[in-house]
Write a protein that binds this ligand. Structure first.
Ligand SMILES: Cc1cc2nc3c(=O)[nH]c(=O)nc-3n(C[C@H](O)[C@H](O)[C@H](O)COP(=O)(O)OP(=O)(O)OC[C@H]3O[C@@H](n4cnc5c(N)ncnc54)[C@H](O)[C@@H]3O)c2cc1C
Length: 292
């Protein structure tokens, strides 16, 4: 039985994870921690590593699917104030990993700094966005990320930048580390113009997302310039459902969860859609959604 000496005050056992996710699915975290300082976070990472306890950070929970039987290990939330700070320094912004992505965008616009507008309407935290290299066809966060402070599994804090920091389509080389904060380099522009563009992109993005359901999530990555949505539609899987979970009728690459939906339904549906697309187009779609 693992023990977390000196960290009991930031730990809970058996915490329901579904309220922390966009899909609103899944069971409990064996352990759930909300560190209130970098020192506590480092200690937590070290103690998990020493005792072979799996550790994952949860950001906005907009890109994860928790199994019905929950997550065996430590789930860490960086929602304390010290991880959500955002500071502007010339054309650079330093943002804590726990800060909301929307907050970063509004600070950038207010300070006349352009380069993150394309992220308008994407849910989640700065840490989750950097880790998944969030973006749209107009660009991704990796293009403006100068450096990321991380903690490795031994609890060592370092700064990744230059060749140490790699981004590709919806991926980064930050899989095995905890991101604490990131620095973005942006271009000066008129605040009103940035705000106008963000508002336009936000409206477009929101119009493409399902509403009025218990939970929702974006499932597959696009494939070689073809959208996952068009491949799903061509395979006849638009609106297909398993139990109370279905692919959206209007936005085929979104999973929608209705009352009574389970992660088992969602996983079966994702597999069925994957197989139908493979059979129809010969494309093996990769999931964007991460299953814990
Ligand atoms: C309706 C909807 C629309 C979406 N549209 C887009 C889109 O257009 N483009 C796009 O790119 N994505 C999109 N997504 C997916 C999602 O919003 C992004 O991937 C987002 O950046 C994830 O951030 P998060 O904080 O919610 O991460 P989470 O879902 O909480 O976590 C995602 C991954 O990041 C890891 N992580 C989180 N924080 C940290 C940290 N501090 N250090 C290390 N690892 C960390 C988690 O462990 C997990 O592996 C959409 C999702 C939804 C629900």
């Amino acid at each position: 039985m693992p023990t977390f000496s000196g960290l009991e005050h930031i730990l809970c056992e058996g915490v329901a994870l579904s309220p922390f996710t966009s899909l609103r699915l899944g069971g409990d975290a064996q352990y759930f921690a909300q560190p209130t300082s970098e020192e506590e976070l480092v200690g937590l990472v070290q103690q998990c590593s020493e005792q072979d306890v799996r550790l994952r950070v949860i950001g906005g929970g907009s890109n994860i699917l928790i199994p019905d039987d929950g997550f065996s290990g430590m789930v860490v939330s960086l929602d304390a104030a010290c991880f959500c700070q955002i500071d502007v320094d010339g054309n650079r912004i330093h943002a804590g990993a726990g800060a909301k992505l929307a907050h970063l965008l509004s600070i950038a616009a207010k300070n006349g700094l352009s380069g993150v507008e394309q992220l308008a309407g994407i849910a989640g935290s700065v840490g989750g966005a950097v880790r998944t290299n969030a973006g749209t066809h107009s660009g991704d966060i990796g293009q403006v990320t100068k450096s990321v402070h991380v903690i490795n599994s031994d609890g060592e804090v370092s700064e990744k930048s230059g060749d140490d920091l790699r981004f590709s389509y919806r991926q980064s080389n930050l899989d095995a580390v905890v991101a604490i904060r990131a620095t973005f380099e942006l271009e000066p522009a008129l605040p009103e113009e940035i705000t106008k563009q963000m508002q336009t992109l936000w409206i477009i993005k929101k119009s493409q997302q399902p509403t009025g359901v218990v939970g929702h999530g974006c499932v597959f990555r696009d494939h070689g310039g073809i959208t996952a949505a068009s491949l799903i539609e061509q395979a006849g899987m638009k609106g297909h459902s398993v139990g109370a979970v279905g692919m959206s009728e209007s936005h085929p690459n979104y999973l929608i969860v209705n009352e009574g939906g389970t992660s088992k339904d969602a996983l079966q549906l994702v597999q069925a859609v994957h197989d139908a697309v493979l059979e129809h187009s010969g494309v093996s779609l990769a999931t964007q959604l991460e299953v814990w």
